[in-house]
Design a protein around this ligand. Structure first.
Ligand code: ARG
Length: 410
């Protein structure tokens, strides 16, 4: 018998990826399970054991929290990434990192295949598949859940028939994904976008009604657009984000209810909990508003929209992302300073900002006596600035201007 061909499986410990192990074996594969620690609050040693119990030949857990924070989340903060203006891309940003590790393990193990538990309807399959194509076109992707055609109940029956431990979450009506940057929740009653999400859908954030009655204040220090200190204490990014998730989550900050446009053309309703992301993006934008000029802010904002979309669309390992990174990095040279935040009853407010590069000049902005602004010069400025408007009006008065006709009734 030929040696079974090895497949490296992105293993979460959930039902789909657990059932995938015996399913892949039944097709002649030997399975190596890989789980990345990207900050999900899960006992990953138990996850590793579960993979072995389900039949994996080997199961690895890799602590990738710092790599995730420094290589991905720092870029997301500098570029203020929000997909469709709402979703901080927490799930989407972790996929290329997981994809890169899958490729590394596949090469190390001499595997020809990579597998993931995504279905054919979501974005994550696109992200994993595109990562593999970009980084290792010689590898083939197997997506069991895209082809096996089992319902959830059939999967549970399959698991039981193959002595695969069924995850304790089988009773939960929700599908979730968690990492440092947030928690994604979908399915169950959330599938009706007309209905308010029930409290039980949330796990990281307090119900704002039950949040502390006193506001909590904190200061985030930034260096070149990256958060480096919390309340004056220097901290690497991953622990800073973890601490902020707890502090802001306790105040009910970071709940996002989003009907989003998936890559595959479907509209879906997802609820997110991203306390640190929401707080840090608010602080970062406030600091940029202090130190960057208007034209740079506006140009950067239009590029941020494109950056967010490419991350959502699974194009992390591509030339547009690296080119956008170069622009963003240059824009951040002066984005250093401190931002004060107030957390209170589900909201985060920026209450103060300081920077050695502040463009805010009191002597220019003040309405008190002694300002250095030369008021009389404004008149000449407005004369020249208004020239196009005067010309437009004059031409309109001299020559007959056609009017828009109402559209014909159809
Ligand atoms: N809709 C989000 C995205 O495409 C999250 C996907 C994973 N969500 C989940 N609940 N398992 O990035």
């Amino acid at each position: 018998m030929p040696a079974p061909s090895t497949v490296v499986l992105a293993y979460s410990g959930g039902l789909d990826t657990s059932v995938a192990i015996p399913w892949l074996q039944s097709r002649g594969h030997e399975v190596v399970a890989l789980t990345l620690d990207v900050g999900q609050p899960v006992d990953l040693e138990a996850t590793r054991r579960k993979a072995l119990q389900a039949g994996a030949r080997a199961a690895y857990v890799v602590d990738a929290r710092d790599e995730f924070a420094e290589g991905f989340l720092s870029k997301a903060i500098r570029a203020n990434l929000l997909y469709e203006g709402e979703y901080p891309l927490s799930t989407a940003l972790a996929r290329p990192l997981i994809g890169r590790h899958l490729v590394e393990v596949a090469r190390r193990e001499g595997a020809r295949y990579i597998a993931h538990g995504c279905t054919g309807k979501g974005n994550d399959q696109v992200r994993f598949d595109l990562c593999t194509t970009a980084l290792a076109p010689e590898l083939e992707v197997i997506a069991p859940a895209r082809v096996w055609g089992m319902t959830r109940d059939e999967e549970i029956a399959y698991a039981e028939a193959h002595a695969v431990p069924v995850p304790a979450t089988r009773g939960s009506p929700y599908s979730t994904d968690e990492n440092l940057w947030g928690r994604s929740v979908e399915c169950g009653v959330l599938e009706d976008p007309a209905l308010e999400p029930p409290e039980e859908a949330y796990a990281w954030t307090a119900d704002p009604r039950a949040a502390p009655d006193e506001p909590e204040r904190l200061t985030v220090g930034f260096e070149h657009g990256i958060p480096t200190a919390l309340d004056g204490e220097a901290m690497p990014l991953a622990p800073l984000i973890l601490a902020l998730n707890r502090r802001a989550g306790r105040h009910g900050v970071g709940r996002i209810d989003h009907v989003e446009s998936r890559v595959v053309g479907i509209k879906s309703r997802e609820v997110y909990e991203c306390p640190a992301a929401v707080a840090l993006l608010a602080a970062h934008r406030a600091l940029e508003g202090l130190v960057l000029p208007r034209d740079l802010l506006a140009t950067k904002q239009s590029l941020e929209t494109q950056y967010a979309r490419l991350v959502y669309d699974g194009l992390w390992f591509g030339p547009l992302r690296t080119a956008l990174d170069a622009f963003v990095e240059d824009s951040q040279l002066r984005v250093s300073g401190d931002v004060s935040l107030k957390l209170y009853k589900g909201g985060v407010a920026v209450t103060g900002r300081t920077s050695p590069y502040s463009l805010y000049q009191s002597a220019l902005a003040t309405y008190s006596t002694g300002d250095r602004f030369r008021h009389e010069m404004a008149e000449g400025f407005i004369y020249v600035w208004g020239l196009p408007a005067r010309t437009w009006t004059a031409v309109g008065e001299r020559a007959a201007v056609p009017r828009l006709r109402p559209p014909p009734a159809s």
